[in-house]
Design a binder for this molecule. Structure first.
Ligand SMILES: Nc1ncnc2c1ncn2[C@@H]1O[C@H](COP(=O)(O)OP(=O)(O)OP(=O)(O)O)[C@@H](O)[C@H]1O
Length: 488
């Protein structure tokens, strides 16, 4: 397989998870003068919110800021009101059905909102509400008191893909929907025909290359920026292309900017680097054994060949459509091939990979969010951050792997965790099934299991009725769904 079409995560040299960059930036600016609809952007749908219960997990906080005194009542907040947030932001949260802060929000928000601002490196499991943490900090720091300020970039959020950047824009829109004059700009690669325009928004969310390009062309003024957030920070800093772009962007920003790094994973070597990128940061960290999400049932299936992988996927189709599901494959080519083959056999599936033009990608992810497409075949491009609450099943058609410095294949632990984290979001239950078709893949899965001290159970494919029973039971007996049902 050529490196040309792989989209694995991790260090750049051996893979091409193309950062989402093209030559022309597309800044789009939206205002939220009128309340936004809780739409298809992954945030604030009726089903979510505090109706769901968070799994139990510990959050360790390391403070470099002596002022952030653990005895201070704001060190950890039990309610959004305790933070002294603007009434209009509280109203936004309540419209989104966010009744109380999640564990990471409880810890991170006081540190983030503390004055004078301090940097933060924040880690917590996938689907535990990191986005709201950094968005709330930004909303409470932007000054929208004059028209000029409303049109001047004051906060910048960088994300590795256009899908994630657009999703974050949706969260900002919803959370800030009652803030008069709030303007939000999206800086992601444009389709070839689009003309670059000036970014005049208070909050800018974009991918690093496009933002870098816009600052260089002087169509994004960085001088008034107060907050810089890197979402999926380990991934952004660890990949040569993205990492370089992030560094170049940061070098063009005011020196006093508050730097906020968030991710579910921070492998040791990136953590060291992150500490340099966000000097003297407060830290919220987790051990890797603590990173798996309790609500995700992890299974694997033995497949004797690639053809059997495909046959198993087709067998699973009925289950894939119980909720929504994401099938992760290694290459763009295999995503396209599986889509073509399944479609020809009468199944409804969609695919989204880095090779597709931006507007088409937007249409596919939007269709997936609103349920028009229920089965999405993709590469690692969607492994991180994507928050679609209906995803009940994730399939690792190929085990995520990386090439180590001695050019050997090895499991990509971080990507495994991020991929399976597309389900089981915020206390929901989900199923992750990994297909194993070789001794090497089996060995990699075993290492993943050891690394996270988790249990990945074998599922016997000789009896499909039984397979169906087990998976349906897990999906349907979800604690979250049961709780939701109780509240109806
Ligand atoms: N305090 C809260 N109350 C209710 N729902 C919440 C709260 N915080 C976050 N959520 C919801 O939980 C879901 C997951 O949040 P989010 O996408 O921010 O997770 P994350 O930690 O960034 O995950 P990932 O590591 O996968 O990027 C979202 O649908 C969000 O709307």
């Amino acid at each position: 397989m050529s490196a040309e079409n792989t989209e694995n995560g991790g260090s750049l040299a051996d893979r091409i998870s193309k950062p989402d960059e093209a030559s022309q930036p597309t800044p789009t600016t939206t205002t939220t003068e009128t309340p936004a609809q809780p739409a298809d952007d992954g945030a604030g749908t009726e089903l979510q919110g505090s109706a769901l219960q968070e799994p139990e997990y510990k959050v360790e906080v390391k403070l470099s800021d002596l002022q952030a005194d653990p005895n201070n009542p704001l060190f950890s907040v039990k309610s959004f009101e305790d933070l002294g947030l603007d009434e209009r932001i509280l109203k936004g949260l309540s419209t989104m059905n966010f009744r109380k802060p999640s564990k990471v929000q409880e810890r991170a928000l006081p540190l983030l909102m503390h004055n004078p601002p301090k940097n933060l490196v924040g880690q917590s499991q996938s689907g535990t509400g990191k986005t709201a943490a950094f968005v709330l900090n930004i909303l409470s720091r932007v000054d929208l008191s004059t028209e000029e300020l409303q049109n001047t970039p004051q906060a910048l959020i960088l994300a590795p893909t256009r899908e994630l950047a657009r999703q974050i824009v949706g969260v900002v829109q919803l959370m800030g929907q009652f803030l008069d004059g709030l303007t939000i700009g999206t800086a992601v690669p444009a389709d070839a025909s689009a003309r670059p325009t000036r970014m005049s928004a208070a909050i800018v969310v974009g991918t690093p290359g496009t933002v870098q390009d816009m600052i260089k062309r002087r169509i994004l003024n960085p001088t008034q920026l107060k907050v810089l957030v890197l979402d999926e920070a380990d991934n952004m800093l660890d990949q040569q292309g993205l990492g370089d772009q992030c560094i170049r962007v940061k070098a063009m920003l005011p020196r006093t900017i508050q730097v906020v790094l968030f991710s579910a994973t921070f492998p040791a070597h990136v953590h060291r680097y992150a500490a340099k990128f966000a000097p003297e940061a407060n830290e919220i960290t987790l051990q890797h054994e603590e990173l798996t999400v309790e609500g995700i049932k992890q299974l694997y299936m033995d497949c004797n060949s690639d053809e059997e992988k495909y046959a198993n996927l087709v067998q699973l189709y009925g289950l894939l459509t119980v909720g929504s599901s994401i099938i992760f494959v290694k290459t763009r080519a295999s995503a396209a091939e599986i889509e073509k083959r399944m479609t020809a056999e009468g199944h409804t599936v969609a695919s989204l990979t880095g090779g597709i033009e931006g507007s088409r990608r937007d249409a596919v992810i939007d269709a997936f969010r609103n349920g028009d497409a229920k089965v999405l075949i993709t590469t690692n491009v969607l492994a991180r951050g994507i928050d679609v609450s209906t995803v009940s099943l994730v399939v690792n058609y190929d085990i995520p792997e990386t090439i180590n410095p001695s050019r050997k294949r090895e499991p990509d632990f971080q990507t495994y965790l991020h991929r399976i984290g597309r389900t089981g979001r915020f206390g929901r239950i989900g199923v992750a099934i990994s297909f194993v078709s070789s001794r090497e893949e089996w060995d990699m899965l075993r290492q993943i299991q050891q690394h996270f001290s988790c249990n990945i159970e074998r599922i016997d494919t000789s009896d499909w009725d039984e397979v169906e029973r087990i998976i349906k039971k897990t999906i349907k007996n979800s604690r979250a769904q049961a709780q939701f049902a109780q509240q109806q």
